[in-house]
Ligand binder design. Structure first.
Ligand SMILES: Nc1ncnc2c1ncn2[C@@H]1O[C@H](COP(=O)(O)OP(=O)(O)OP(=O)(O)O)[C@@H](O)[C@H]1O
Length: 276
């Protein structure tokens, strides 16, 4: 990792009610109509760790990610099987509302998607409204500074919080989206190829942010970039969908083992860039 950024604010490791949560997927299957894209995928994602999901295009990594916070069920004709536990609580239990899932398990997407005409400040607090979290003006100010600091953007934008989010560079916009996700103090953050639309410098900066978030929030990241998986994650899961079969995990474990001493020859071939 490069030099640590200078605008890092050291937050208490466990914000009230916001300590990182462990996620556990048990025998997760997913379908789009009659097309099964995941078959009985089980994976433990430890609290406060960064877990990278790697594998060739179309093997179901993004679908798996979307099953973790119940976004999968928003897609027409999508079906789900299996269980997902959030610190032991069943995410699919009827007592969990969709807004609970969204608030506790945040998400950052491939393309930065701030509200372009909305101010930087309002972009950060936008997530509060969507998840029904009520805070007063003073608390909002604190949350905006805290979230932008955690996303590594505070220093760059603190003097122009009223400018539109769309005026920022692509990399800054992605960190703004990370700040927006962090503002509701999620205990897990899902990231679906968050750097694929960014240049190398912005990518590096977002990776630093992910590195800093480790320990404060559990991160699950889909990435096509092997170097990125190696740089940011503590553990990795290698997904594969062979010859039209549904996707599954070939091998999961410590990132150093997946890259250094993979057990399965398909993992070895993939991480060495021999396919995919
Ligand atoms: N909304 C959808 N409707 C129908 N099929 C879908 C939908 N989203 C994904 N799929 C299919 O599900 C399978 C898994 O896709 P998914 O995007 O999860 O894979 P991935 O490993 O994340 O791929 P990539 O790395 O290219 O993003 C693919 O066959 C894809 O075509």
């Amino acid at each position: 990792m490069a030099d640590p950024p200078t605008d890092t604010v050291v937050l208490p490791p466990a914000l009230p009610g916001a300590a990182p949560a462990a996620l556990e997927a048990r025998a997760v299957s997913a379908w789009f109509g009659s097309h099964q894209v995941l078959s009985r995928v089980s994976l433990t994602m430890p609290a406060g760790a960064v877990t990278a999901l790697i594998g060739p295009s179309g093997c179901g990594k993004s679908t798996f990610l979307r099953t973790l916070n119940r976004m999968h069920e928003l897609i027409p004709a999508a079906r789900f099987g299996g269980e997902v536990f959030f610190d032991g609580e069943d995410v699919y239990d009827p007592s969990w509302r969709l807004t609970d899932a969204r608030r506790r398990i945040g998400m950052v997407f491939q393309k930065p998607n701030p509200f372009p005409a909305m101010s930087i400040y309002d972009n950060v607090v936008a997530g509060l409204r969507l998840t029904g979290t009520r805070v007063n003006r003073r608390e909002k100010d604190v949350l905006v500074e805290e979230s932008l600091s955690r996303a590594g953007l505070w220093k760059e934008v603190k003097d122009r919080l009223r400018q539109p989010g769309g005026a920022l560079s692509g990399g800054q916009q992605q960190r703004l989206c990370i700040a927006r996700a962090l503002a509701v103090r999620p205990r897990v953050l899902l990231m679906d190829e968050p750097c694929s639309a960014l240049d190398p410098t912005s990518t590096r900066r977002v990776e630093e942010t992910i590195h800093e978030l480790a320990g404060q929030v559990t991160v699950v990241i889909v990435t096509h970039n092997m170097q990125q998986a190696a740089r940011v994650s503590r553990q990795c899961a290698f997904f594969l969908a062979e010859q039209g079969t549904p996707g599954g995990i070939v091998e999961a474990g410590a990132t150093s083992d997946i890259f250094g001493t993979p057990k399965d020859s398909r993992t070895a071939d993939y991480v060495a860039g021999r396919f995919g």
